[in-house]
Ligand binder design. Structure first.
Ligand code: NAD
Length: 254
């Protein structure tokens, strides 16, 4: 799974290991090794729990990491494409091309490269599988100042749809999870940027964000990990091509 050094990815990896599976954590951050070691020590997983460093937007590095991960695990039955970045938090008229390209490169191209490498291996194995992509509520609706991120995640939504149709004949299910406002560094960074832009405090922005969520709390890594565990299990064996919102009702409006 990718983007696993911290945040939602770390929580997903910890859940999969706690459920007894081997997990390979792939991340561009050097922290990934320490995260894997921490999870391995806490989980007593039957399989290997290992960290690999790779940038998912680098075609060769991404393919090599997926292949090495599958080798370490003795096969690939679940692939979670979670690596992502936020920003640029600017209106389109003020957005720099390089910043727009970077968010598309990591969030959309990175998901394409990871899913392509994993799908090729799963098709070759011939034993089916499950691919889970991380979309976002901001891939389901646009927001001012978020065009690059929203476009990248909307791309992940239809990439998921097309892949599900292409891979269904091989028994490979492809779904996406669309988190809402989750308590991770990425979300706090976004709120910090909003606070700066509006001359308010981070605490004000956290309160505003929480008040907009019908369930009145930020989501956690465990909320996402539970959905991934379900999509990895036989309980979801008739589910493919779906975008599953895990957002405390935020998509409904208030
Ligand atoms: N936090 C939220 O509110 C929220 C909401 C909707 C969707 N998401 C999505 O969930 C996923 C995880 O988000 P998070 O909140 O845990 O973010 P995070 O910033 O806490 O963690 C992201 C991880 O991805 C890694 N990463 C970034 N670029 C990478 C690259 N090019 N190659 C490999 N690894 C890379 C980072 O090093 C980090 O470990 C992302 O795809 C994000 O867009 C998050």
């Amino acid at each position: 799974m990718t983007g696993a050094a911290r945040g939602l990815g770390e929580a997903i990896a910890a859940r999969l290991a706690a459920d007894g599976g081997g997990v390979v954590l792939v991340d561009s951050s050097p922290e990934v090794t320490a995260t894997a070691d921490r999870i391995a020590a806490a989980s007593q997983s039957a399989g290997p729990v290992t960290g690999l460093r790779a940038d998912v937007s680098d075609e060769a590095a991404c393919a090599a990491a997926v292949e090495q991960g599958a080798r370490l695990l003795g096969g690939l039955d679940l692939l979670v494409c979670n690596a992502g970045i936020g920003g640029p938090d600017t209106d389109v008229v003020d957005t720099d091309l390089a910043e727009f390209r970077r968010v598309i490169d990591v969030n959309l191209v990175g998901t394409f490269l990871t899913a392509r490498a994993g799908a090729r291996l799963m098709v070759e194995q011939g034993t089916g599988g499950s691919i889970v992509n991380l979309g976002s509520i901001f891939g389901q609706q646009g927001v001012p100042g978020g065009a690059g991120y929203c476009a990248s995640k909307a791309g992940v939504a239809l990439l998921t749809h097309s892949l599900a149709l292409e891979l269904a004949p091989y028994g490979i299910r492809v779904n996406a999870i669309a988190p809402g406002n989750m308590a991770t560094q990425m979300h706090w960074d976004e709120l910090r940027s909003r606070a700066r832009a509006t001359g308010t405090s981070l605490e004000d922005q956290i309160d505003l964000a929480r008040a907009s969520i019908p369930l009145r709390r930020h989501g956690t890594g465990d909320d996402i990990a539970g959905a991934v565990a379900w999509l990895a299990s036989a309980d979801s064996s008739y589910v493919t091509g779906q975008m599953i919102g895990v957002n405390g009702g935020l998509i409904l409006g208030t």
